[in-house]
Design a protein around this ligand. Structure first.
Ligand code: SF4
Length: 237
């Protein structure tokens, strides 16, 4: 049996890894899927997270002897965005921005490389997933897949996960400067978070906005980034 923990560097996955080590549970590998924006390669993480991840890796190695394995997809957001669709709706068009439901980026940039990675193991793999006790819906989905959610088993809530990370200086900056984990180009982020991106990382915002003309769909349902930018500018005034 192989025991693999998936890490996003958010509070829940880091608290889960800490608890696994504190409780001496079986753990063979910790894996992070590094989603990229383009061929540069520019990361999908916000600059704050980009700075935090190597620091967290260092702490995990020094305090727990864990070397986090970073994997990445053969695709990135930009080259898949410009891929021409061969099936489904909009055949002949670019993939364009991912839809909020059934986002292609989650399938191509995250789940596919994880699946590929897991294929190498001949033995059965048990996945540890960082879901807190107060997220019952997400837990139910993982339970039916046979994965283990140690924070749920230990009844550790999101707030407690945050405190556990703080204790080891492993609390990610997203809890101070932004709103949720995930890519800075995520179509699922809130308007408040997009506004944060516009105000704090205009260079990234501009990269995303420059792709808008090549997408058959708008970034958010019926809302363009150009219109959002006008709105954010007005709000600043
Ligand atoms: S966080 Fe958002 S943009 Fe990144 S892979 Fe997931 S759905 Fe796609």
């Amino acid at each position: 049996m192989k025991y693999i923990a998936f890490c996003s560097y958010g509070k829940d996955s880091l608290a889960m890894i800490i608890k696994i080590k504190e409780l001496n549970m079986s753990l063979d590998e910790v894996v992070y899927c590094d989603i990229r924006f383009d061929d540069e390669p520019l990361s999908g993480e916000t600059p704050e997270m980009r700075e935090f991840i190597p620091k967290a890796d260092k702490i995990l190695e020094e305090k727990f002897g864990i070397k986090v394995k970073h994997i990445t997809s053969k695709w990135n957001f930009k080259n898949h965005f410009y891929r021409v669709k061969q099936k489904g709706n909009h055949i002949g068009d670019n993939y364009g921005f991912p839809y909020i439901v059934g986002a292609w980026c989650n399938a191509r940039l995250k789940m596919e490389p994880i699946r590929e990675y897991l294929k190498q193991f001949k033995e059965p793999v048990i996945q540890y997933i960082g879901i807190a006790y107060d997220e019952p819906k997400r837990y139910e989905r993982q339970r039916t897949k046979g994965n283990i959610c140690p924070l749920v088993d230990l009844k550790i809530t999101e707030q407690e996960a945050l405190e556990i990370c703080k204790k080891y200086d492993l609390l990610s900056p997203i809890y101070e400067s932004s709103f949720r984990g995930g890519c800075w180009f995520c179509p699922k982020q809130s308007l408040a978070q997009l506004k944060w991106l516009y105000n704090n990382h205009k260079d990234l915002w501009d990269k995303l906005k420059s792709m808008e003309k090549d997408s058959h769909n708008t970034f958010k349902p019926n809302v363009t980034l150009t219109n959002l930018e006008k709105r954010f500018k007005k709000e600043q005034l």
